[in-house]
Ligand binder design. Structure first.
Ligand code: GAR
Length: 218
């Protein structure tokens, strides 16, 4: 078996998407492994999830740095120390500097709880409900300097139901996120999706593995 791609996961909180990646990597046939988990928040729940699995964890507290670039250099140093090749943002609530993003270009991916390019930014689910949209979902994309704007790797759709609250839509979307992120990481780790200029380019993708997964309606 070929070496698994060493992956760093950046988190700020709960870490349920991190957990879905940890679970996927528990399968020895999965093409990536989690080499380290880094949080900008000490005590983030996700750090304990990683610690339980014996995964290296680091806290790089953003409050300790005057400049965004200095914080990002420390992140970069921790990732390099752990010989990471791919970086997954999983509920990492810090904007990264252009220098960091360019350095990791094509190897840095993020999950966002909407069908991008709609509903970028924070507080997505309330805005989706207010908009009257009937379909929402989640997106894994390559990170580029402009927020929530990079080329799309994979998306999953979920329905917006008539009686949805932010909580119920968030929970339904999160379940889809947990399926989508391992799928996207697998495509990247296997080299079946690459960032080519401003586009995500796919090779050897069957129809069943297409970029849109529709989880069954609940
Ligand atoms: C997830 O819903 C993720 O999509 C979202 O934060 C949540 C983190 O949950 N990310 C963003 O909004 C990034 N713009 P988790 O910590 O349980 O994975």
């Amino acid at each position: 078996m070929t070496a698994r791609v060493r992956t760093g996961v950046l988190i700020s909180g709960r870490g349920s998407n991190l957990q879905s990646l940890i679970d996927a990597c528990a399968n020895p046939d999965f093409p990536a492994e989690i080499a380290c988990v880094i949080s900008n928040v000490a005590g983030a729940e996700g750090l304990a999830r990683a610690g339980h699995m014996g995964i290296a964890t680091h806290v790089v507290a953003h409050g300790g740095f005057k400049l965004r670039e200095e914080f990002d250099m420390e992140l970069d140093a921790a990732l390099s120390r752990n010989a990471v090749s791919i970086v997954c943002l999983a509920g990492f609530m810090r904007v990264l500097s252009d220098v960091f993003v360019e350095k990791w270009r094509g190897r840095l991916i993020n999950i966002h709880p909407s069908l991008l390019p709609g509903f970028k930014g924070l507080d997505v689910h309330g805005r989706v409900i207010t908009s009257g949209a009937r379909i929402s979902g989640c997106t894994v994309h390559f990170v580029v300097p402009e927020l929530d704007s990079g080329p799309i790797i994979a998306q999953a759709a979920v329905p917006v139901l008539a009686d949805d609250t932010e909580e119920s839509l968030s929970a339904r979307t999160l379940a889809a996120e947990h399926r989508l992120y391992p799928h996207a990481l697998k495509l990247l780790a296997e080299g079946r999706v690459k960032l080519d200029g401003e586009r995500a380019v796919f090779t050897n993708i069957s129809d069943a593995e297409g970029t849109l997964i529709n989880p069954p309606l609940d």
